[in-house]
Design a protein around this ligand. Structure first.
Ligand code: KG4
Ligand code: ZN
Length: 367
């Protein structure tokens, strides 16, 4: 392995925790600069679309079929041989465990065959560093992680140092987008489809409930909104009505994300008085234009800098996994070859254990 203090680190990242088989090569320079040398994503959306959501068994099989070629393509697009790498980083959870095992086993095989260090990366840590793929963001920062499986506000103090300020009591924001989109007859994944439908819609036409109004914490809930939207969707007949409901749903989700983030910003600003205040939004829902806009406005109004990943790195990708791995390797952290695949793996283990605010099983947020 090269010395990161003088030469930087080049890392192969692998991501297979949901419905994307992804591989990427990222270079973390000694001065902290980041270069994505390649980022390849094979989406399984077409295979899952007939079922209206991700089918774990289909996902796992599809990852097995794709991973060799996708990793080879990432290496060739980077113009590198395996011997040019300083390490391999693979998502080890949380996620659909059958898929996680595929990428992790592939990463272990490369590490073993090429005598490279392995980093077993928490997928959420990947999202947490994803904004760095497009811009320099120093630690610490306040993070809103909003994806299909997660909806959390976290204080990120450094590599592996996260404190949870809020989480969802039921669905994740992306899950809410996906489920409501389904009731509007939109294809999976629903978030991008709903955003498209909402263009030009009147968000004021339908009144939707606001969640947890009596609570002053930073937790989220989308189940009431989901039920209300589904009831309205049943009675719609025209395209204009569907467009207006889509706009109202998008505005309602964005508003809740904004309100909880503002609370978290106030808490964060108190704890970091006199310091630079940084806010980062990451995860698939960060690709939504309305969500980005309201959060950027909230950040500016409270004296926070605002950073979101480039659109390509909002949804699942392997560049963020490679970067999270490189940051760990730069600190001398790696994992043994028997590192387990973990279906659940909270970033802030202490908060998750003390306050398991989500339900277990299929209904719960995956962290
Ligand atoms: O980060 P991601 O790719 O996977 C997880 O780790 O969950 O996020 C996928 C989620 C899906 O729920 C998808 O509907 C949502 O992100 N999403 C969006 C948009 N693009 C993706 N939601 C709203 N608007 C979008 N443009
Ligand atoms: Zn993700």
């Amino acid at each position: 392995m090269t010395d990161p203090t003088t030469l930087g680190l080049t890392v192969l990242g692998l991501e297979t925790s949901c419905d994307e088989t992804a591989a990427a090569v990222v270079r973390l320079d000694a001065d902290g600069g980041v270069q994505v040398l390649s980022s390849v994503i094979a989406s399984q959306i077409a295979q899952h679309a007939p079922y209206g959501g991700v089918v774990p068994e289909i996902a796992a099989r599809s990852h097995v079929e794709a991973i060799d070629a996708i990793a080879a393509q990432a290496m060739s697009e980077a113009g590198l041989a395996y011997d040019d790498l300083d390490g391999v980083a693979a998502t080890a959870g949380p996620g659909l465990v059958g898929g996680v095992m595929v990428g992790l086993a592939f990463g272990k095989a490369v590490a073993l065959a090429r005598s490279l260090p392995l980093v077993a990366v928490n997928h959420l840590e990947g999202h947490a560093v994803s904004a760095r793929l497009g811009a320099a963001v120093a630690y610490p920062f306040l993070l809103l992680l909003v994806s299909g499986g997660h909806c959390q506000l976290l204080e990120v103090g450094g590599v592996g140092a996260c404190r949870r300020l809020g989480t969802t009591m039921d669905d994740a924001a992306g899950e809410a987008f996906d489920k409501i989109a389904k009731t509007l007859g939109l294809p999976y994944p629903g978030g991008p489809a709903l955003e498209k439908l909402a263009v030009g819609g009147n968000a004021e036409r339908y009144a939707l409930p606001r969640a947890r109004l009596g609570h002053k914490d930073c937790d989220f809930s989308f189940s009431g909104l989901k039920t209300a939207a589904a009831r309205i969707a049943e009675g719609l007949s025209t395209e204009a009505e569907r467009r207006d409901l889509a706009a109202a749903v998008q505005a309602a989700i964005a508003r809740q994300l904004r309100e909880r983030t503002e609370r978290a910003m106030d808490l964060y600003a108190q704890a970091h008085a006199g310091e630079a205040l940084r806010f980062v939004v990451a995860g698939g829902v960060a690709a939504n234009g309305t969500v980005r806009a309201v959060l950027e406005e909230a950040a500016r109004a409270r004296g926070f800098s605002f950073t979101a990943p480039p659109l390509a790195y909002c949804t699942d990708n392997a560049a963020m996994i490679a970067l999270a791995g490189a940051e760990r390797l730069a600190l001398g952290i790696s994992d043994p070859l028997d590192a387990p695949a973990r279906p659940r793996w909270p970033l802030d283990a202490a908060a998750a254990a003390a306050n398991p605010s989500h339900l277990a099983g299929r209904k719960g947020a995956k962290a």
